[in-house]
Write a protein that binds this ligand. Sequence first.
Ligand code: UDP
Ligand code: MG
Length: 330
Amino acid sequence: MRLSIVVPCYNEQEVLVETLARLLRLMDELLCAGRIEVDSEVIFVDDGSRDRTWALIQQGAQSSTRVRGLKLSRNRGHQQAVLAGLLMARGDAVVSVDADLQDDLAAISEMLSAHVAGAEIVYGVRRKRESDTFFKRFTAEAYYRLLSRLGVEIVFNHADYRLLGRRAIEALREYREVNLFLRGVIPQLGFNTAQVHYDRAERFAGESKYPLGKMLALAWQGITSFSTMPLRLITSVGLLISLASFGVSLWALWVRLFTEHSVPGWTSTVVPIYLLGGIQLLCIGIIGEYLAKTYVETKRRPLFHIEHDTALARDAGTMSTAVSVSTWQG
Ligand code: UDP
Ligand code: MG
């Protein structure tokens, strides 16, 4: 099996040398154990860094044939950098891992075993989040819960540390969305999946390239790229308010017609306010429904991926070489 390891790097000059050494050591071990082929590669994706990151990557590529550097033309953000690496990788199995090695590399070996055992996608899942601050842990976990409430399929406590098989990569290539949230897209692919649990360490040098602003942007991206629930909520709220307004209007009429307490002009003022408020919200909700549909259509997500095709398997002689991912784009 040919392995590719994808590492997104943004201003990572403090960690890069150590990261490179550790990854090459891991590759050597896997090679010696006969678990991967010689032409496996470590791909560093320079996400438009402004420090010596690219120079270091070039140095690495010169000193080892197993190192490959990709330089994005400008800073596009972590998700895009990972995607670039995944789509450019040549391996049969592709692992993405952060440059700061907060994610335990030992998990890669377990991911490979799970892949060999038949999992097309293997998620790295954090066992505990002790190295994170209370704030980060709390907000992250609350966020994962919110996402699943909103109907977004997501793996709890999994960031972008995972193994994708060739078929999963080819399926991923068909998602052409610009508002990229890989953690949401990958579970959409389907296939056999497995999880590998690991402990997350502290960043060993440099500082986080994910300040609060970027984190919030990613979180918002996750919600708005995968859920039309907020739009649908408008309809429900509109319906509720319409019903309530109708009730209150009847009451206002009743006060006007059957009691002596009504102030002149009151009924004719409040009844339209109630009714119109409800109707307006309901109409916005209906527009929201169509907007939600249009929004989903514009993403042009593939409708399905074929996992096995017996006809192809017969032609190729074996089932496992039938790498076919054909989809129909709606
Ligand atoms: N990163 C990137 N582009 C960016 C920001 C970050 O490629 O615009 C990379 C960064 O180099 C690292 C990974 O994304 O490899 C995760 O960033 P970081 O470790 O700073 O995030 P944290 O672990 O603090 O959430
Ligand atoms: Mg990190």
